[in-house]
Design a protein around this ligand. Sequence first.
Ligand code: PLP
Length: 376
Amino acid sequence: MYDRNLKDKLDDKKTENSLRKLPFYSDGIDFSSNDYLGLARNFSLKKSIISALENDQEKLGSTGSRLLTGNSKKTEKLEESLATLFKSEAALIFNSGYTANLSVLSSVPTRHDTILYDADCHASIKDGLRLSLAKHYSFQHNHPEDLLKKLANCTGNVFVVVESLYSMDGSIAPLKDFATICKAHGCALIVDEAHSTGIYGLNGSGLVCENHLEEEVFARIMTFGKGIGFQGACVVGSEVLKQYLINFARPFIYTTATSPADILHLTTIFDHLKEHPEYAPRLFDVIEFFRKKLNELSLNGHFLDSKSAIQALIVSGNHEVKHISSKLNEAGFHVFPILSPTVEKGKERIRICLHEFNTEKEITDLLHHIVTIIHE
Ligand SMILES: Cc1ncc(COP(=O)(O)O)c(C=O)c1O
């Protein structure tokens, strides 16, 4: 009986052309994964991880919450080195960026406080807001003046939440402007660095560090499932913030801790990244080549202006964007359509993620196919 209700809702999605399915990863040229630095497919790194695991004497699973049996010296050691890397007093590891955002936003702001967040923030931030007792309002995407306007009506402590780099359009936040406003108005700035971790700043320390703003930011969410090529996340900030999350953040307390094997995996990746500073500059070369080619092929008008690894070809309409995406898939390019309502109706897009390993030939071929398809 209840299945009927569910089926009706699924049918609605089908009618809107926005029904989601779980795809299998195909063999196409990767222009879609978040593996910006190629670490998830790096075989010399894989060998180092296997060897570290072989020589490890610790149990495989963490066997409980960090507060019970799930803590380990290795986890604390990695947290110390993450705090050093991200230039903060402390770091606390989470199983995912999703739970890191839920943790910070559901536990830190109280019912008397206000959260102002960028309208384009990720679903994990929005879900954190739903769990929070604080009032919350959005401001226009990457718009410091709109943030200033919204500040006028806030009560209690004010938390401002932004991402450093946005996944739907590749735009980079004006972090300095936000930090200046927050400082002047006594607000706590929270920055989600999911798409900049590993790529910007010394040894991949992120955009806050690259802009020397670590002292101005209350909390940063650094994730390990994208540029770092694995999974998990950490929140970086003061030691007091870390102890507070350990005591009050339910998504941290009531879950099985990251396994010792995964901690070892992550430790090996961060060591590898330190020894290989060449990945990020190679990614920036790829981005520059891509933008140069867009210019040459007069495709700029079809793409959003982005200086990052995330590029977006705007194709209005769910049906149209799916059609172009499947044509590119058939031609051997792994790309995904981003449908409304994930993005605004009329601004549906094909997201193209660039990677350190994408070759000039792959990019040239992809863009020539796009030219052909959009002129058909
Ligand atoms: C901005 C942002 N924050 C958080 C997350 C969630 O991170 P994770 O995949 O580690 O749960 C994502 C993932 O897509 C993201 O794009």
